[in-house]
Design a protein around this ligand. Structure first.
Ligand code: HEC
Length: 125
């Protein structure tokens, strides 16, 4: 009886590690990260070293927005022509020479592809 008691104790001691192993095998396999252009654009918009749009605009679920600029919403309705919206973000001073909005494209604050991702995101708002 003594030896079976030892075996039982050993089995009990092993249980937690078996449990961990079972959890790991049950965990879903890591899916390859698929990040949509709009999701990348949201990151560009919120990045303080890129768009930092929230410093001046109310936008989406962004926290603590500033109000120097108008809220960014209904972008599809307001900007049916993507080129017009692109120009606004490329260089806001074309439309308003005294604009405080940074000329994101002209000054190379964001790259062409980042600007396109940003537009994909804005069109979800
Ligand atoms: C420093 C403040 C500031 C920042 C940062 C800023 N904007 Fe603006 N934005 C403004 C102001 C002010 C206006 C109002 C028009 C003007 O003065 O040029 C404006 C106007 C706009 C407009 C046109 C008005 C409208 O409602 O459609 C769009 C679109 C826009 N901003 C998008 C953006 C996006 C996208 C970002 C981030 C990439 C951004 N802005 C960052 C200040 C800012």
């Amino acid at each position: 009886m003594k030896s079976s008691g030892i075996i039982a104790a050993a089995a009990i001691l092993m249980l937690p590690s078996l449990g961990v192993a079972a959890d790991q095998s049950a965990a879903p396999k890591a899916a390859p990260a698929v990040v949509s252009p709009a999701a990348k654009g949201k990151a560009v918009a919120n990045d303080r070293n890129k768009g930092n749009c929230l410093a001046c605009h109310m936008m989406d679920d962004g926290e603590f927005p500033g109000n120097f600029g108008p809220p960014l919403s209904q972008m599809k309705e307001r900007y049916p022509d993507r080129a017009v919206l692109r120009k606004q973000i490329w260089d806001a001073t074309v439309k308003n020479p005294t604009s405080i909005m940074p000329p994101f494209g002209k000054h190379g604050i964001m790259s062409e592809s980042e600007l396109d991702q940003l537009l994909d995101y804005l069109y979800t708002l």
